[in-house]
Design a protein around this ligand. Structure first.
Ligand code: FE2
Length: 145
């Protein structure tokens, strides 16, 4: 898959992730509610920034970013949640799985960008991977019994 296709796929997944984080923000229940409710809000804020930055990188490279939810759903692979209550442990497990997906995707895009001599895209996704690695550590610490 070309770098631009991978970028659009990443964008589509982030767009769905942005909605999914709202689902978790609203539906998480249990004794960790206040902590997780706030954490999901922080993360959907970050996802919104990533959506905008990736779309604008695609535009800077002369291509058309996915800008419809219908198309994003067709292209994305992370899946959505049902509109129902979810425990803190389950919510963090769902989040961890998606963050691992975005970490792997960021590293793949970084490598692909370097192969094609696109250092700016590589830098952008290297920074994402650094953030995701840190978050993976934190989420795994949260889940440890
Ligand atoms: Fe809220």
């Amino acid at each position: 898959m070309s770098l631009l296709n991978r970028l659009n796929e990443f964008l589509a997944n982030q767009q769905i992730f942005y909605v999914k984080l709202h689902n978790l923000h609203w539906y998480v229940v249990g004794s960790s509610f206040f902590t997780l409710h706030a954490k999901f809000e922080e993360l959907y804020g970050k996802a919104a920034t990533i959506v905008d930055d990736v779309a604008e990188r695609i535009l800077a490279l002369g291509e058309n970013p996915i800008a419809s939810v219908k198309k994003a759903l067709e292209v994305s692979g992370i899946g959505e949640l049902s509109d129902s209550k979810i425990s803190g442990q389950e919510a963090v497990k769902v989040l961890l799985e998606d963050i691992k997906f975005f970490n792997d995707a960021s590293k793949e895009i970084r490598s692909l960008a370097l192969e094609t001599g696109d250092e700016k895209t590589a830098d952008q996704f290297n920074a994402y991977a650094g953030e995701y690695e840190k978050l993976i550590w934190m989420l795994e610490a949260y889940l440890e019994k």
